[in-house]
Write a protein that binds this ligand. Structure first.
Ligand code: SF4
Length: 153
């Protein structure tokens, strides 16, 4: 049931994203207080289209199913620290990802409180997250009882 609800909300979010796509560089500048998204309109518009396509490949469903829904689950115990490889930023397709050179990347909207309404602020929440994006520096030290229980059955 939770998956169906998550898919429904993802469908609505993606639909709205496509509806407002032509305005997205302007909206991004206003919402995140960054003039450059508006000033580089054509480039950001292209990147936004790539961003939305990447969102359709699972991150939005994951957000509604695992991030919003996770209050019911004991999370896996995870250790490590980020080496800024950009993998979890939808394989470097996030429109807000900034190349720092030397294969390191940073989030252009890291300052925004709105990040918590995304997967970004909670990554990684479980082993699946780490595997999905081949994160090189986080690892699970203890799986949640839910995972262990399902493995045992
Ligand atoms: S995949 Fe891991 S190391 Fe790479 S940016 Fe994300 S959290 Fe950091």
């Amino acid at each position: 049931m939770q998956k169906l609800i998550a898919k429904f909300f993802a469908f609505v979010v993606i639909g709205l994203a496509y509806l407002f796509l032509p305005l997205m560089p302007l909206l991004a500048s206003i919402v995140f207080f960054r003039a450059k998204y508006f000033l580089q309109y054509p480039t950001v518009l292209k990147k936004m289209a790539i961003h939305i396509r990447a969102l359709r490949e699972g991150p939005v469903v994951h957000y509604f199913e695992e991030v919003v829904g996770r209050i019911h689950h004991v999370p896996d115990e995870i250790e490590g620290s980020c080496v800024q490889c950009g993998n979890c930023c939808m394989e470097k397709r996030c429109v807000f990802l900034e190349d720092m050179g030397d294969t390191r990347f940073q989030c252009g909207i890291y300052h925004s409180p709105l990040r918590r309404f995304s997967n970004c602020g909670s990554f990684p929440i479980n082993a699946h997250d780490i595997e999905r994006y081949a994160c090189p520096s986080y690892s699970v030290v203890k799986f949640s009882p839910r995972v262990v229980a399902t493995a045992v059955v």
